[in-house]
Design a protein around this ligand. Structure first.
Ligand SMILES: [Zn+2]
Length: 97
């Protein structure tokens, strides 16, 4: 059970994630370290690391589309954010699934 729009993304610094607060339109966003203050290529922190830290600590993170939220839910339950997909496609230079 995989979501092809997500798993087709290369494991660079663009990783799938999470949704939105209650009452909003729930989407799975993509999290990039570069959008969250990780600017050094030597910093091993990945998008998934950021999500895990944010989930544990209740920290607000920034999605590729600019959306800010605290991860709480299972990202696999929601459709992908269209804007995040566009950003990811542009970043990796590939075609959109
Ligand atoms: Zn998004």
């Amino acid at each position: 059970m995989t979501d092809p729009t997500i798993v087709d993304l290369p494991a660079t610094d663009v990783l799938p994630y999470e949704d939105i607060d209650d009452g909003a339109d729930h989407r799975t966003h993509l999290v990039r370290p570069s959008d969250n203050g990780i600017t050094s290529a030597e910093d091993p922190t990945t998008g998934q690391d950021l999500v895990d830290l944010a989930r544990l600590g209740g920290i607000v993170i920034v999605a590729a589309c600019g959306y800010r939220w605290v991860p709480k839910r299972d990202p696999k339950r929601y459709p992908p954010c269209e804007t995040c997909l566009d950003v990811a496609t542009a970043v990796i230079g590939g075609r959109r699934p």
